[in-house]
Design a protein around this ligand. Structure first.
Ligand code: A2P
Length: 359
């Protein structure tokens, strides 16, 4: 195996796929060969990577010969069909869809939270790793340091989710609708069933018999799997807002032990992947625009919950967070997983060299 990897991106023309291309270049990921895969509609188009045009190929059963790492973001049905083929061909798959997240034995990983779930995974040996849902990642990155310090008993989260979570076509529709509404025309509704510009609505995923939509249940179940602890009670309300690419979340935590705002702020100040923007005097807190194009989850409105704190021994904390859905919510998290695997591989080969030298 060479130092540089043979990498494939599945869904290379999509919002997350394009971010994969940008991130691999920006973070100097050791790419030897890059294969860009999408539907037949896109085959033959070119995408720039490291200053050179790369031609998009149609995704087929044979796309994964000699691929060591495959980054998937083309939706769950494509992942269900092609990720196992890629893994059989020897590629390690990091899958951004929901297809395998809850499958027992498949690691569901946020590198800042549960990197240990990657133990035993070797690049280029086949195998699938799931990237969590964007809203889950953006919540769990700042909540984990608090959970580890004082244990979270219950989370009540409300999301304000951007168009990007529904893909590039949804972002284009938001832009188009905005123009149409401003021009006094009726908005085109092809991706979403109702007007999105100058409006907001309950998340467009399916609703179950209990009244929760799929997005809300992903936040509950995936957080439990990532933490390996399903005793934390979680309830979520997920809403789409007419924002382009960063999600916001209002998070209320019930805590086992007291934690005041200053203590929470200092825990978060030391947490990986978190930036604090919490200026009470200036009334300046995280916005989706602050988080757009940035790696960290931004946290503000850090305050003890006055409805809880101290009363009957129950403690509470409120946070308002914003994170880039395309980056940390999807492509960046997947690339960080791949970077960990590259690091592990480098450490393994260094150990092999040491062992052979000591013989
Ligand atoms: P294409 O642009 O050729 O349709 P997004 O999440 O932004 O909507 O992007 C979805 C990605 O999934 C795009 O790159 C899209 O490619 C890709 N995709 C959709 N359907 C298929 C398919 N049948 N085979 C391969 N790629 C697909």
């Amino acid at each position: 195996m060479s130092g540089n990897l043979s990498v494939a991106i599945v869904g290379a023309t999509g919002a997350v796929g394009q971010e994969f291309v940008r991130l691999l270049a920006e973070r100097r990921f050791p790419v030897g060969r890059l294969k860009l895969l999408a539907s037949r509609r896109s085959a033959g188009k070119t995408v720039e990577f490291q200053g050179r045009p790369h031609t998009i190929e149609e995704l087929t059963d044979d796309s994964f010969q000699d691929v060591e790492l495959a980054l998937f973001s083309a939706g769950a049905s494509i992942s269900r069909k092609f990720a196992p083929l890629a893994a059989e061909a020897g590629a390690t798959v990091v899958d951004n869809s929901s297809a395998f997240r809850m499958t027992p034995g498949i690691p569901l990983v946020v590198p800042e939270v549960n990197p240990e779930a990657l133990e035993g995974v070797e690049l280029g040996n086949g195998g699938i790793i799931a990237n969590p849902n964007c809203s889950t990642i953006i919540m769990i990155v700042p909540v984990t340091p608090i959970h580890r310090a004082v244990r979270v008993r219950r989370i009540v989260v409300s999301t304000y989710q951007a168009a990007s979570g529904a893909g590039a076509a949804a972002m284009a529709e938001l832009e188009q609708q905005t123009r149409e509404v401003l021009a006094g025309r009726s908005p085109t509704c092809e991706i979403f069933r109702q007007q999105y510009a100058f409006n907001l609505f309950s998340h467009d995923s399916g609703i179950g018999p209990d009244g929760y939509n799929t997005e809300e249940m992903k936040m509950v179940r995936e957080s439990h799997k990532i933490w390996g602890d399903s005793s934390v009670a979680i309830t979520a309300t997920c809403v789409r807002v007419p924002v382009m690419r960063a999600h916001a979340e209002s998070i209320n935590l019930e805590l086992e032990e007291a934690l005041d705002a200053d203590q929470a702020r200092s825990l978060l100040a030391n947490a990986h992947g978190v930036s604090i923007l919490d200026d009470r005097t200036g009334n300046r807190f995280p916005t989706p625009l602050d988080a757009s194009g940035r790696d960290d989850v931004f946290v503000g409105r850090i305050r003890a919950d006055i409805s809880r704190s101290g009363k009957n021994g129950v403690h509470g904390l409120d946070l308002f967070v914003c994170g880039d859905q395309i980056r940390k919510g999807a492509a960046l998290n997947a690339v960080q997983i791949a970077e960990r695997l590259v690091g592990d591989r480098t450490r393994r080969s260094a150990r092999r060299v040491e062992v052979s030298l000591s013989r």
